[in-house]
Design a protein. Structure first.
Length: 276
């Protein structure tokens, strides 16, 4: 059973400046809940209870969020606002939160490699908090991917179809469809130009990785943008063994962009209104 989920959260969030000058982008709230809390809740739903978070300078707010605030607890105890902390209290009590820092921004592959000390030699999930995913009609995205892992015991990336003119923003896969929405990867390219893309199936911020990925990242040379790309390490893994791409059920919001963040806020606001 997969128990650990890795959260790369060291990036600068430059698309949200000046808001992210002093506040981590992972702490931007959709409604009254920060993005990273949505991610932790998705991981818990999938059966994970050890959250390994890769932070950097200026990210202390993440650690403080997943900790008890005695002054605040005392201030609102017995008041009508006490219930507002129920969800985060539950997460704090249920999960173990561990942290390490990525000193230099060298790409997602490097951020994941920095988590090796927190993960050890076992399969694990990776969740990018600014990709906010929801599935109101069933299991969350990580829960769906865990079921795929239990059958195939290999690394899995979550993918969705995107317009061809947007593929240059993503890692893109191609492969043989072996089941409905499940592909055996034989090609994986980081941020290709539309005319060079092997398909329009783009990787989004959900992965399940087997521990041998760490050695493959060690052997990976800097790629697109001079960074260590997890896409390149996964392509090496696919050549040596097997990597699956899973076309998930649900909806994903790119909350790393202002447009996606506003879209998510409106969606969750309407969802809350309907439930009242």
């Amino acid at each position: 059973m997969i128990k650990r989920c890795l959260f790369p959260a060291a990036g600068y969030g430059t698309r949200f400046l000046p808001a992210t000058k002093a506040m981590p982008k992972e702490m931007l709230p959709v409604m009254a809940k920060p993005l990273i809390q949505y991610g932790v809740e998705e991981a818990v739903e999938a059966g994970m209870d050890i959250m390994a978070i890769i932070t950097g300078r200026g990210k202390r707010a993440i650690e403080d969020h997943f900790d008890i605030s005695y002054e605040l607890e005392h201030q609102i105890k017995g008041s009508s606002k006490e219930h507002l902390l129920t969800e985060i209290r539950t997460l704090i009590n249920r999960c173990t939160f561990t942290y390490t820092r990525q000193i230099e921004m060298k790409g997602l592959g490097d951020a994941i490699y920095k988590g090796r000390v927190l993960i050890g030699n076992e399969p694990f999930a990776v969740l990018l908090a600014d990709d906010l995913c929801t599935h109101t009609e069933g299991d969350g995205v990580l829960s769906q991917m865990v079921k795929v892992y239990e059958k195939y015991k290999c690394s899995i990336v979550a993918v969705q179809e995107v317009p061809l003119d947007q593929v240059s923003k993503y890692g893109v896969i191609a492969g043989k469809e072996i089941d409905n929405g499940l592909y055996m990867v034989d090609e994986m390219v980081e941020k290709p130009e539309p005319q060079e893309a092997p398909s329009n199936l783009a990787i989004i911020g959900r992965y399940i990785l087997t521990p041998d990925i760490f050695e493959l990242i060690e052997q990976t040379e800097p790629g697109k943008g001079g960074e260590i790309q997890i896409t390149d390490a996964l392509m090496a893994q696919a050549k040596k063994g097997m990597v699956m791409a899973y076309k998930f059920r649900g909806r994903r919001f790119d909350c790393g962009s202002i447009e996606g963040f506003v879209e998510a806020t409106n969606y969750f606001y309407e969802l809350e209104k309907e439930s009242e």
